[in-house]
Ligand binder design. Sequence first.
Ligand code: GAF
Length: 454
Amino acid sequence: FAQPQWGTLPDHRAQVQKVRAAFVEKYGVEPDGVWSAPGRLNLLGEYIDFLGGSCMPMPLPYRTYVAGKLREDGVLRANSQQMPGDERTVIIRDIRPGNLKGWFTYVAGVAWSMNQEGGRDICLPKNFGADLMIDSRVPVGGGLSSSAALECSTALALLDLSCPLRADCDDTEEAPSDQSSGNDELRARLAQVCIKAENEVAGARTGGLDQTTSLRSKPGQALVVDFRDFSIEPIEADLDSANLSFLVINTNTPHELAGGGFAARRAASEACARALGLDYLRNALPEDLTCSTLQEREAKLWRLNLVDEKTTLALDALECSDTPPDFPRGWVRHAFHDMTLVERAAYLLKNTSDLGQPAWEELGRLFTESFVSMRDELRVSRPEIDLAVATCLERGALGARLVGGGFGGAVMALIPSDKVDDAAAAVARAYAESGFAAPEFLPMVAGFAADKDF
Ligand code: GAF
């Protein structure tokens, strides 16, 4: 029988030392510092960040590490432990969308974007350059936002490294994370810079979920992010006291956001908002979706049907290119549905200590409901994902769902801690029996936001 392959929780200090040693080996000198940023587990709210919806992400304990040293000749040079021998060099002022390829677009794209609209305190000084060594523990292509972890760790590294070249920059502080890069207002702007890099240089029309989580999370907490104004509200997810765990499964199936599927869904949903005369599709819904009781939620969902009629008409009036006409309707229905689920889930999570076990059980059901909508309406699941979700549910999970942009990637289950091993074994077996590539099981604890590490 196939045994479940468990990943290990990275030892943060050891990872910092590892990337530092790799830097010394490659460049022959000590770096000026090491920065790192986490991937994210999105608990709920998919394909709605770019529509002004609220999402409920949590930082992963898996991070991307960047060791860096200042140079003063305008050159950016980078190496990655994941791409041995693929050294990349560019003159920062020459970076343009479209003239780079592969992993380096995320690194150089950030430098370009900092100069495009970073503002005086983010824009890189003229002669600024850097040598970087990158090492990532975020599974690539796992739907756990490895791209944002790379962008955000790079952004903090470049910002801090450029400090000595800035007239108004105080780099004498003992604790670097309390410098400029430590305040939330600046981090919110850095997140926008990283989003622009991903959209315009890497060519993936993603929203702001991943970068916001990576830069602005609070240690050990989930966030509710309202993407109309990017405001954040941290919430405790105290799974331990309920004897629950998140089981995270990297299904090892490719997940690619620069492809057309993500962009088509985003474009159709945004076009629908425009046809309704709205800045954000979220604004088609009633302002308060909190739904403190189930009855209220049903009433809200009933009201949603009215919204649905309006959007159907709006979508009928649009030309949604080469997709069958009912597809964009499903994409938009999914968006409305997930928006209401997040509001309810946030209410439950905030009140688990008063509401107890029923709140966790309902939360689990909401996760599964969201998955069904991603599978049947948004159509971003695939057989490997369906099998992992179904197996976790059979083995006692309160809920399970696909995480992130889909078409592959990771599955997350909310499950009693004493059932985790059995569920992992069952998924590993089911995959082997179906002839699917072996999945990887990732231990999960909440991580912390991007930071300087020494
Ligand atoms: C990807 C994107 F980068 C996010 O912005 C978000 O849209 C997510 O897919 C789906 O919720 O991670």
